[in-house]
Design a protein around this ligand. Structure first.
Ligand SMILES: NC(=O)c1ccc[n+]([C@@H]2O[C@H](COP(=O)([O-])OP(=O)(O)OC[C@H]3O[C@@H](n4cnc5c(N)ncnc54)[C@H](O)[C@@H]3O)[C@@H](O)[C@H]2O)c1
Length: 264
């Protein structure tokens, strides 16, 4: 088991990707807190998958601070923080309200800032073991190249990429590694709402046709699963990745490696 003895907290831990990460960490022997908005329960109430559920809005500093206080009381350290909570507004800037813009940044960027900030004292404790602690943020290939109709989302993910590098520089000397995963199309509730939402630009196609068209533009001819992402997150969280920091890890079935196919 790769994470025996480690303590991990996964925000968005009840979402598509977050759930897969929580499940993988548990199988690897970690004590896992799953933090999310959407499950009833009080701080550190045990959930039946073996993780400890924490009801947390990542954009609320008081709630984040209290959650880290609970981890401190329970475990005294945090080896792994995964910032997977995220929202996606499917609009151009003209269609996006200021409230939607601010909400996108509040969850995707401010949430990453707040959880990391308040986790750092616990992560320094973990790093005293001689093994580095690991923060894994969620960027996106949308932070490098843009999907049409996702303006605020693309902007938040670009900001997360820059924040990841800055955090890696500042906290590497303390034994804390910081990386970002940049997924392509991963089959989760967020992707399904993209296909059914107005931002997908489906041009009258059925959802099945749209999904097939998206698969077809990938060199690997498929989109990814949450478990594909959890595999890389697990490695970055583990001591095998002791020399990996400050990087943006794209996992997209080769999508961003190719120019768009032209039918001449
Ligand atoms: N699915 C994809 O294709 C894809 C692609 C690129 C990047 N990502 C990123 O991966 C991460 C996980 O995405 P997913 O596909 O699992 O999405 P998802 O919608 O399935 O899960 C997101 C989770 O975040 C939680 N959340 C939202 N706002 C929150 C808040 N304020 N506080 C705490 N939790 C909150 C939701 O309740 C949900 O459980 C996100 O950061 C997303 O931007 C996903």
């Amino acid at each position: 088991m790769m994470l025996q003895g480690k303590v991990a907290l996964v925000t968005g831990g009840r979402g598509g990707i977050g759930r897969a990460i929580v499940a993988r960490f548990l199988r690897e022997g970690a004590t896992v807190y799953a933090a999310d908005l959407s499950e009833e329960g009080s701080l550190a109430e045990h959930d039946d998958d073996g993780s400890r559920f924490i009801k947390m809005n990542v954009a609320d500093e008081g709630v984040v601070r209290a959650a880290m206080g609970q981890v401190q009381t329970d475990c005294g350290k945090l080896d792994i923080l995964v910032n997977a909570a995220g929202i996606e507004i499917e609009k151009t800037i003209e269609e996006t309200t200021l409230e939607e813009w601010n909400q996108s940044f509040a969850v995707n960027c401010t949430g990453t800032f707040l959880t990391s900030k308040h986790a750092l004292p616990l992560m320094r404790e973990a790093a005293k073991s001689g093994n580095s602690a690991s923060i894994i943020n969620f960027g996106s290939y949308d932070g490098f190249i843009a999907d049409p109709g996702l303006a605020a989302y693309c902007a938040t993910k670009g900001a997360v990429h820059a924040l990841t590098r800055a955090m890696a520089c500042d906290h590497g000397p303390e034994g804390i590694r910081v990386n970002a995963i940049c997924p392509g199309y991963i089959d989760t509730p967020m992707l399904q709402s993209f296909f059914t939402g107005e931002g997908s630009g489906g041009g009258g196609k059925s959802i099945d046709e749209l999904q097939q068209a998206v698969r077809d533009v990938h060199p690997m001819r498929s989109y990814g699963t949450p478990e594909d992402i959890a595999n890389l997150v697990n490695w970055l969280a583990s001591d095998e990745a002791r020399y990996a920091s400050g990087q943006l890890w794209v996992l997209d079935g080769g999508l961003s490696a190719q120019v768009q196919q032209m039918k001449l």
